[in-house]
Ligand binder design. Structure first.
Ligand code: GLY
Length: 353
């Protein structure tokens, strides 16, 4: 398994040819979805990659499926891919997760490169080697941790993102600020979300990715400190799954942002997260992310959904990553049902429900 990952920022027209070097173009395959085929693939035109080596899957998390994965393996088989071939995943988290898994398993593993095209994919999914598909109604149930050889980031792809998709990725940057240190936190919170400055965005993106890289370097397989990257996700994933059950799909980063409201409350109440930064973070989320409507009738269902969290150890406890302050990470914190319900009360009060 490969866990060294090179991250390069720049114009794709420059950094991709540099990365490919003298590699034979006929050994390269590109995975796209319907959207990135139309909007992003043209940037690879003229690089010599054979047209029939472009593999297109349907867009959307519903298609992060065994069927789509099989279609990628099938294409690789029928077009002569070998374990010396290279896969380029051009897309958001769905493409990089599925493509990374396809590449990691085809002939027991070929190299792959991620070129993320969304902010969420850039900050989170493309970095750190988690790959996989949804299975049996559960998100990311099957997969491996195997990093791409490199991540090539061209922030020009982000210029066409709508505000919601920008904010979805930004939520993971808020999380990276909270789990790292005051300097990163101050940079994140002083960025003007109403007037996105694409000239200063690369430095902010790079700093945020470095937070994740440092954590992954220490604990690539999530035995311990990598659980820090799950801050906001215990409640966030429950919100996300609840919304799906209501046929009301929410963007992942929004669910994480709302989850951080509950988990900041638990951090404040149980492990002493300081009041001033608590309200700063709560207000940042409240002002930008709207809300998912829930009533207290949903608490039992949300709790049940939290019992499926991957951080739990099968003994009935719900284990959270909490914060005693910015950068003060408390993994494996068992939280009682009454406190979880209280944190949902706090979420509803904050959102004016
Ligand atoms: N998305 C969290 C992680 O990669 O560990």
């Amino acid at each position: 398994m490969n866990n060294e990952q090179v991250i390069k920022l720049g114009k794709l027209e420059t950094i991709l040819p540099e990365e490919l070097g003298t590699r034979s173009k006929s050994s390269i395959f590109v995975l796209v979805d319907e959207n990135t085929q139309r909007l992003c693939l043209p940037k690879l035109a003229g690089m010599g990659i054979p047209e029939d080596h472009v593999i297109c899957i349907k867009a959307g998390d519903d298609n992060k499926s065994l069927e789509a994965l099989a279609s990628v393996w099938q294409h690789l088989c029928s077009h002569g891919a070998t374990r010396k071939s290279l896969m380029i995943n051009l897309g958001g988290g769905m493409v990089t997760d599925l493509g990374g898994f396809a590449a990691s398993t085809f002939k027991r593993g070929m190299d792959y490169i991620n070129i993320p095209t969304t902010l969420l994919g850039t900050i989170d999914a493309a970095v750190g080697g988690k790959t996989g598909i949804n299975f049996g109604g559960l998100k990311n149930e099957i997969g491996v941790i195997n990093s791409s050889q490199s991540v090539l980031i061209d922030v020009n792809f982000l210029r066409t993102l709508d505000k919601e998709n920008f904010l979805s990725g930004y939520a993971e940057m808020i999380k990276h600020g909270l789990i790292s240190n005051r300097e990163v936190w101050n940079h994140i919170t002083s960025y003007d979300l109403d007037h996105v400055d694409y000239d200063t965005l690369p430095a902010l993106v790079e700093e945020s990715i470095n937070v994740k890289r440092e954590v992954v370097k220490v604990d690539p397989t999530e035995k311990g400190i990598r659980k820090a990257l799950n801050f906001g996700h215990t409640v966030g994933h429950a919100f996300e799954s609840y919304a799906i059950q209501q046929n009301d799909t929410k963007l992942h980063g929004y669910a994480v942002a709302w989850g951080m409201i509950s988990e900041l409350y638990l951090s404040y109440k149980l492990v002493g997260f300081p009041k001033e930064e608590f309200y700063q973070a709560i207000n940042l989320i409240k002002e930008n992310y709207g809300s998912l409507y829930i009533t207290c009738k949903e608490y039992d269902l949300l709790y049940e959904l939290m019992t499926h969290d991957k951080k739990n150890e099968g003994d009935g406890r719900i284990l959270f990553t909490l914060l005693g302050g910015i950068g003060d990470i408390r993994i494996n914190t068992s939280v009682e049902k009454k406190d979880i319900f209280e944190s949902l009360d706090f979420y509803r009060d904050t959102m004016g429900m």
